[in-house]
Write a protein of this length. Structure first.
Length: 154
């Protein structure tokens, strides 16, 4: 039976399967996190996420550091820059104080961004180029990005 378990574990590792880690509410971690898997943060992280598959920052979570991952979903507070390979989602309860850079950004109504947003464009696939950058000024609480429907409606 042990041989079968080892084969399954090896097959999962070779297929790129990675686990999910949870930083629970009430828990504070001081230091950086690096993983290929998914991390859900419901507590407090005083450090950066340097590389991850997916990062989910819960509604009451606080991250004081930069976040770098394939995909980032923010429901709580991030005091640092967010850089995602694929996408960033800012939920209505999110407060980000820092710059956001990704290939796609979804900002839900109520989200707060105090910083710059850069949406990259992968033209011919040879290299990424900035496609759109929006900046909030010091007095602004959040940035509103017009949708095609809103800009075409009268």
């Amino acid at each position: 039976m042990k041989l079968l378990t080892t084969r399954r574990a090896r097959a999962a590792a070779e297929s790129g399967a990675h686990g999910c880690s949870v930083l629970a509410a009430g828990l504070t971690v001081v230091g950086d996190i690096e993983t290929e898997g998914t991390v859900r943060i419901d507590g407090r992280l005083e450090g950066s996420v340097r590389r991850a598959g997916s990062i989910i920052i819960g509604v009451d979570a606080v991250v004081q550091g930069n976040v770098s991952a394939r995909e980032v979903v923010v429901g709580g507070s991030v005091q640092g820059n967010i850089n995602a390979v694929d996408r960033v989602e800012l939920q209505p309860t999110s407060v980000v104080t820092g710059d956001v850079e990704a290939n796609a950004v979804l900002i839900q109504e109520g989200a707060t961004l105090r910083g710059r947003m850069c949406v990259r464009h992968r033209g011919d696939g040879s290299h990424e180029q900035p496609r759109h950058t929006a900046t909030t000024d010091d007095a602004a609480e959040s940035v509103a990005v017009p949708t095609p429907l809103a800009s075409g409606a009268r």
